[in-house]
Design a protein around this ligand. Structure first.
Ligand SMILES: [Cu+2]
Length: 158
């Protein structure tokens, strides 16, 4: 079986959908994963004060392939649903809206999911997310397919 290239750099533990369930997670912490021409790095979820509120996830997705791909959506077992949101300044007031068509990652380009910008919204997390734990997230891409990530929870951008 061919494994996607995984680069061990930091604190993000990553498992790939392509791996057999019996695979044990990599021993070394991982901050970057490459799958289907996409490189995901620097992913994290902001800690939430209480259950029931919404959490936000951030990461950089780089497309090192020759064709554009699209982040269509995803899910997490720790929240009711996962949406792709965008912050926008509407007459001086920052507002969020869902991007139902997802986010295009152009060939050779990258998309930054970051505070004050596009982000993953974890609607109604089932418990308060505390720094140090991880959030299992499944991301769905039009071309690269499904990617499973364990996003570290942090109070601030790592
Ligand atoms: Cu949002």
């Amino acid at each position: 079986m061919i494994f996607p290239r995984i680069v061990a750099l930091g604190v993000l533990a990553v498992t790939l959908a392509a791996c057999k369930p019996a695979e044990s997670p990599p021993a070394a912490p991982i901050s970057e994963v490459v799958v289907g021409g996409l490189r995901v790095s620097g992913a994290w979820v902001r800690a939430t004060p209480i259950p029931g509120v919404s959490g936000a996830g951030y990461m950089r997705i780089s497309n090192i392939g020759n064709t554009a791909d699209t982040l269509l959506g995803g899910s997490t077992s720790l929240a009711e649903r996962l949406e792709i949101h965008q912050m926008a300044n509407v007459e001086g007031v920052m507002q969020m809206r869902e991007l139902p068509d997802g986010v295009v990652i152009p060939a050779g380009g990258s998309v930054e999911l970051a505070p004050s910008g596009t982000h993953l919204m974890l609607i109604q997390v089932d418990h308060a997310l505390r720094a140090g734990e991880t959030v299992p997230v499944v991301l769905r891409f039009a071309k690269a397919g499904t990617l499973k990530l364990n996003l570290p929870v942090s109070d601030n951008a790592p």
